[in-house]
Ligand binder design. Sequence first.
Ligand code: ZN
Length: 195
Amino acid sequence: MHYCQRCEDPIVMAPQGDVAVCPGCGGSERAKRLPLFVVTGASASGKTALFPHLVDGLGECLVFDVDWLIGPFQRACEFGEVDWPAFRDAWLSVAHGVAQSGRPTVLLGPFVREQLDDLPGRRWVGDVHFAVLDCADDVRAARLEARPRWRERAIERHVAFAERLRKTADTVVRTDDATPAESARRVIDWVRAAR
Ligand SMILES: [Zn+2]
């Protein structure tokens, strides 16, 4: 979020092209906006397996696993549940910050488009592109069963979420017919085609 540093009151600036403009004094500052790439998927879609391959293959972007902010957010929300809209908004802010260095952001996380549309940070990033990692329901169930005991399973819920994502996705990358490196290559090609 950009606040005007010239005005005496804390006025929220508005994005205009690649600058932020103060509606009070008309002052502006640099606020570059770049596309954001979200690689979504229900649990056990293969996000974690693809991560190192995407980092290695997409040197022109910054790649994050959104789970990395869950721990800090749990501490920030000590007396309650994680505020998930705030959590997602934090990632939009990260993407905007990364864009100032001229690099697009790739987020690996179970987000859907409607969850981002109304967040304050949404207008500070460019187009948001979604790709869904997907696999057959029995493969997902087997992957969830194979996880260590401390991880939650909730197989039916994850299968239902996968079904919802599958219906709404423009781009689906399967992870049950290819190695993680091969699936990552499809994601890398998708990012490069959309940039
Ligand atoms: Zn101002």
